[in-house]
Design a protein. Structure first.
Length: 253
């Protein structure tokens, strides 16, 4: 249970921050001698999804019966479809080839550099109402989630970059990336839980993992809210580069 709690804490934080949860789980797995299998990851993703829904409840469920709200839901759902379809058909390639540890380390470094460069060119825009993000901007960010299927990329990172490039305020793009993640995270969680459920079934350790993951994901969202005025994208970019180098050193030495 202690090892699962450690993974839950890490997953809860790194899934939402643009620093790649895959790389962190690899390093932690090597340190504590526990590989996070698909079932455990599905449970932890469920915890993360619960945190996102609770945190964004005022945005998601405000005036829920209004036509505008239904259009908002539809926008998120449609924007999620491309990544869901590609992920479903290319799952074996992603799991078998792109999940290599060296590939993840290089991906960390590459997208870290991209984050730094994008923020240097970024000009501050007025913070957007998430419901007013256009269909074009939403679809652009949704398509970017296809790239996020590549381990080491970071879904929140690549969708935020896509949002910035399509004219969305930086922090608003990050927030919207979490909303876009709800259908995918929920879908993959349910699929993984039912497909890879162990013979002994759901137990107290799994329950604790979901709760801890949810709690720390919620704390990560609060952290991001408090640093939204800073050059946080570059900070995470430099961190990714450092982590990628550390991962390469661990792999080769």
């Amino acid at each position: 249970m202690f090892k699962v709690i450690l993974l839950a804490i890490e997953q809860g934080i790194t899934e939402l921050l643009p620093i790649s949860s895959s790389a962190h789980l690899i390093l932690t797995g090597k340190l504590i001698g526990l590989e996070a299998d698909t079932y455990i990851l599905a449970l932890l993703h469920l915890g993360t999804t619960i945190a996102i829904v609770v945190y964004f409840a005022p945005t998601l469920f405000k005036e829920i019966l209004q036509k505008d709200t239904h259009s908002f839901y539809l926008k998120i759902l449609v924007s999620t479809i491309p990544a869901a379809v590609v992920g479903f058909f290319l799952q074996s390639i992603i799991e078998g080839i792109l999940r290599g540890e060296i590939f993840i380390a290089l991906s960390l470094i590459f997208w870290g550099l991209v984050m730094i460069l994008v923020e240097r060119k970024y000009k501050e825009k007025q913070e957007s109402n998430l419901r007013e993000i256009s269909w074009k901007q939403s679809l652009t960010m949704g398509l970017a989630q296809i790239v996020a299927l590549i381990p080491g990329t970071s879904r929140s990172g690549i969708t935020t970059i896509a949002g910035i490039l399509s004219g969305v305020n930086k922090y608003s793009a990050l927030q919207y990336s979490f909303l876009l993640g709800i259908p995918i995270l929920l879908g993959t969680s349910i699929y993984g839980i039912f497909k890879y459920s162990p013979q002994d079934g759901f137990n107290i350790t799994h329950f604790v993992g979901i709760i801890v993951s949810s709690l720390f994901a919620y704390l990560a969202l609060i952290l991001l809210r408090n640093i939204k005025k800073e050059k946080w994208l570059s900070i995470f970019g430099y961190y990714r580069i450092f982590l990628g180098i550390v991962l390469l050193i661990v792999l080769f030495f």
